[in-house]
Write a protein that binds this ligand. Structure first.
Ligand code: NDP
Ligand code: 2IT
Length: 447
């Protein structure tokens, strides 16, 4: 395969989509060898069919704000690939959302979902609407207008959305309620639903807990214990908070959080009680990390407009906010300060330069599509429970989540172990994920 030629061609066709091209280049580069080992792949033009989404819906979302003003946002759903199961992936509401970002996320989702061992294809959707600063009623009206367009394209066996940045239980509830109204059916068309109407226990925790389970599997390959380790986390949303909760319960020291306004550094590690306070501030009151810092000047400092990576020494970094939030220079500082592992809660948080720094330094590095797959895995388990019309216990779901994360780790080791013993988790995850989707696509003909 001519990787460079393939990427150049895509760049020519989609010149204004840098995040999408970045995600594709990473995958294509790491699967080139296995792709070339089976010439039929090329004869079927499989790579191009795998990289270009099956279809994209784009629509205007008009809604009325609390002042009676009519507002317009863009809405999107990318149905990337359904070779191994119904389209599946989250919805992002954030002012930065555009086609390039959603295309990269839908592409990544296809590979991530393949790794989960469950039957789910890849999709992503969203809007440039930001829930921040909006009233509950504004968010509800927006969600209803969004679903009025989207409802005809989704369904329990077609495409199953869920949460992502800016979309949590509140937004999923409003979208599901309106979907139900439009279709007059109670089905498992969304995951991340409230527990009383089909949601799975452990879905809120799943991405963060799953990332810690993946990290434990990585540390075990080097006989390293998590207790006492200093962990820098970015973000303070769903993924960051549950990552921290699990780490604290295992005796690790969480030394940072952030949001889009800045970072807080807690040099001695946040205590369980202080964490509970931060958790309530973020989840009950939709507060900012700066408010926590203002209340606790004795234990932490606030750094406006800064990311945590260079502000504090850590053994482990778990970026859990957004894409391209950890660059090559920051990666060098992390490694110089003794960081031994990076496990990504966010999707594509490390730039290609940062990934190279981690891999050249031979530290443990897990890409998001492997490390954060716990969220969509429990979404898959929610779909299974909805189909059965049964609810499993938290313990049952948690045990399945642990088993799935261990399985994903095993797939990475199998396909990513280098001759010198170093595990290239990027290569391992991409190769294992690719092979499953590719086999399914080959057997289903040119579609
Ligand atoms: P939330 O909306 O709950 O939290 C997002 C956090 O990241 C907030 O602290 C937010 O700060 C911060 N953030 C968002 N955008 C930016 C930005 N441009 N710059 C700096 N900080 C930013 O989302 P999640 O926790 O669900 O998602 C976090 C990451 O994890 C995303 O990359 C998502 O794709 C990924 N992910 C999520 C899964 C899930 O199940 N929810 C599953 C797998 C991956 P602020 O409040 O200021 O916006
Ligand atoms: O990026 C992701 O994997 C998610 N936002 C979760 C998707 C899902 O369908 O649960």
């Amino acid at each position: 395969m001519n990787v460079k030629g393939f990427i150049e061609d895509l760049k020519g066709r989609f010149p204004h989509e840098p995040e999408y091209l970045q995600a594709v280049e990473e995958v294509v580069t790491s699967i080139a060898e296995v792709y070339d080992s089976c010439p039929t792949f090329e004869r079927y033009n499989l790579l191009e069919r795998l990289c270009i989404p099956d279809r994209i819906y784009t629509f205007r979302v008009s809604w009325v704000d609390d002042q009676g003003k009519v507002r317009n946002n863009m809405g999107y759903r990318i149905q990337h690939n359904n070779a191994i199961g119904p389209y599946k992936g989250g919805i992002r509401f954030h002012s930065s959302v555009n086609l390039s970002i959603l295309k990269f996320l839908a592409f990544e989702q296809t590979f991530k979902n393949s790794l989960t061992t469950l039957a789910m294809g890849g999709a992503k959707g969203g809007s440039d609407f930001s829930p921040r600063g909006k009233s509950d009623m504004e968010v509800m009206r927006f969600c209803q207008a969004f679903i009025t367009e989207l409802y005809r394209h989704i369904g329990p066996d077609t495409d199953v959305p869920a949460g992502d940045i800016g979309v949590g239980a509140r937004e999923v509830g409003y979208m599901y309620g309106w979907y139900k109204k439009m279709t007059r059916e109670f089905t498992g068309t969304f995951t991340g639903k409230g527990l009383d109407f089909g949601g799975s226990l452990m879905r809120p925790e799943a991405t963060g807990y799953g990332n810690v389970y993946f990290l434990l599997n990585m540390l075990a390959t080097r006989g390293i214990d998590i207790a006492g380790k200093r962990v820098a986390i970015s973000g303070s949303g769903n993924v960051a908070l549950y990552t921290a909760q699990k780490l604290i319960s295992l005796g690790a020291k969480v030394v940072s959080f952030s949001d889009s306004d800045g970072s807080i550094i807690i040099p001695e590690g946040i205590s369980a009680e202080q964490f509970d306070e931060l958790f309530d501030l973020k989840t009950l009151y939709r507060g900012r990390v700066s408010e926590f810092a203002a209340k606790h000047p004795d234990i932490c400092t606030y750094h406006a407009h800064q990311r945590p990576w260079t502000l504090v020494g850590c053994d482990i970094a778990m970026p859990s906010a957004t894409q391209n939030e950890l660059n090559g220079e920051e990666a060098k500082v992390l490694v110089a300060n003794g960081c031994i592992a990076v496990s990504e809660g966010a999707n594509m948080p490390s730039t290609p330069e940062a990934i190279k720094v981690f891999q050249d330094a031979r530290i443990l590095y897990a890409p998001g599509k492997a490390a954060n797959a716990g969220g969509v895995s429990v979404s898959g388990l929610e779909m299974a429970q909805n189909s059965q019309r049964l609810n499993w216990t938290a313990e049952e779901v948690d045990n399945k989540l642990k088993a799935i994360m261990a399985d994903i780790h095993k797939q990475c080791v199998e396909h990513g172990t280098q001759p010198d013993g170093y595990i290239n988790y990027v290569k391992g995850a991409n190769t294992a994920a690719f092979l499953k989707v590719a086999r399914a696509m080959m057997m289903q003909g040119i579609v």
